[in-house]
Write a protein that binds this ligand. Structure first.
Ligand SMILES: [Ca+2]
Ligand SMILES: [Ca+2]
Length: 283
């Protein structure tokens, strides 16, 4: 009976550990709206505090702080290369999509082309801005995958423990989402961005202690930006603004299956030696 209780206590402790993963979310009209600034600031604090920005000196690695992308540098091309934030502005993020590429809206406060008005004029009224003036979207797809590298190495694969994003004009519930992916493609954490028609939505996820994500999958609505692609009751066009993520850390090698076998063999050998020693001592 006592044994059963201790097993139950262990199971309860394990469940309690699982709840250390956290979801941060909120909605608002801009970065000064506390509906957004409060969860965003809480998330920033939880994932490392100081923004490490772009440290462009190769060989400089950081153990603390976090990273942020706001898409607003004037130098950022409208047609954005997938590896811009790993090689040109070193923040350790590379993007992939099943569409044809990535686009950043034009850096203009007054032109009708801002907020992707150059793609469809209707977007100017639909999309709000968290960090003016520029927004981000994949081209021809709602799917984006971010993988990570140790900043300032450009080639050392890395992992993160938290990721958050601001979304513009989320109309459909349970559609726009983040998924933090671990080794072997396992989804370690996921969540949906809250609905906020013509406003902004924030979603941030942190993992349990000890867990690391090798990539993040972002789904922005269910209809890609494009000429004539506008919202209706079953279609939702969504753009992205700021990304926030923990400082990418070098991926620690996971033993291959044959290495596990060798380790297991070594353990059996040690056990055999221990048994023999015990027999010899007892003899
Ligand atoms: Ca921006
Ligand atoms: Ca929408």
């Amino acid at each position: 009976m006592k044994h059963t209780r201790s097993l139950l206590a262990a199971a309860t402790a394990a469940l309690a550990l699982d709840t250390q993963a956290a979801l941060f979310s909120g909605i608002g009209t801009g970065s000064s709206d506390t509906g957004l600034s409060t969860p965003v600031n809480d998330f920033k604090t939880a994932i490392g505090g100081a923004n490490n920005g772009a440290n462009n000196t190769l060989g400089t690695t950081l153990a603390t702080g976090r990273r942020e992308i706001n898409w607003d540098a004037a130098a950022l091309p409208v047609s954005m290369p997938a590896d811009f934030f790993n090689t040109t502005s070193r923040r350790g993020a590379v993007f992939g999509t099943d569409g044809s590429g990535f686009q950043v809206s034009e850096n203009s406060a007054s032109s009708v082309t801002r907020k992707f008005g150059n793609v469809d004029a209707g977007y100017v009224a639909e999309f709000s801005l968290f960090s003016p003036q520029r927004l981000f979207a994949a081209v021809g797809s709602v799917n984006l995958e971010a993988t990570f590298f140790q900043p300032n190495t450009t080639s050392q694969a890395a992992t993160i423990t938290a990721f958050g994003a601001i979304f513009a004009d989320v109309d459909l519930a349970n559609t726009t989402k983040l998924e933090l992916i671990g080794a072997g493609g396992v989804v370690l954490a996921s969540g949906f961005a809250p609905v906020n028609n013509q406003g902004l939505s924030f979603l941030g996820l942190t993992l349990d202690p000890g867990q690391v994500a090798t990539s993040v999958r972002i789904t922005s609505g269910n209809l890609a930006l494009g000429p004539g692609n506008i919202d209706d009751p079953t279609h939702d066009v969504v753009a992205m603004d700021d990304f926030f993520y923990s400082e990418p850390q070098a991926l620690t090698a996971v033993p291959e299956p044959q290495e596990w076998a060798a380790l297991a063999g070594g353990a059996c050998l040690l056990l055999g030696v221990a048994r023999k020693l015990r027999r010899d001592t007892q003899a």
